[in-house]
Design a protein around this ligand. Structure first.
Ligand code: AMP
Ligand code: ZN
Length: 114
């Protein structure tokens, strides 16, 4: 996707320090962190939003949670706690239309979310 910011990050056209990379996903710090740990995990393939997932994405969907757990361990928040968030479409406040999982932690969070 030529004009997609997160495609450019995933294919390294825009250099950012990666926190994690494997054949399916990359992870990097959110530019506007909402918690001491705020990392975005994105697929290398361009998929706009969570509602576009189907069964062919089964492995990728699994990967998001496993990678988030691994990063949480690396960041020392595995036991203190963390939140994983996918914003999908307008009402959820999705701003970047390349699927991304927010991994947030390092502080006490409230519920319900705003
Ligand atoms: P969402 O509202 O779920 O679409 O979240 C988009 C997220 O991407 C926001 O938390 C932004 O701060 C973050 N973001 C936007 N541009 C960049 C960038 N160049 N590098 C890192 N994070 C970004
Ligand atoms: Zn993209």
């Amino acid at each position: 996707m030529p004009d997609c910011l997160f495609c450019k990050i995933a294919n390294k056209e825009i250099p950012v320090k990666l926190e994690y990379e494997n054949d399916q996903v990359v992870a990097f710090n959110d530019i506007n962190p909402q918690a001491p740990v705020h990392i975005l995990i994105i697929p290398k393939a361009h998929i706009e939003k969570v509602s576009d997932f189907d069964l062919k994405h089964r492995d990728l969907i699994t990967e998001f949670v496993l990678v988030a757990n691994e990063i949480a361990k690396k960041k020392g928040i595995l036991n203190s706690g963390y939140r994983m968030v996918f914003n999908c479409n307008k009402d959820a406040g999705q701003a970047v239309f390349h699927v991304h999982l927010h991994l947030l932690g390092g502080r006490q969070m409230s519920w319900p979310p705003g």
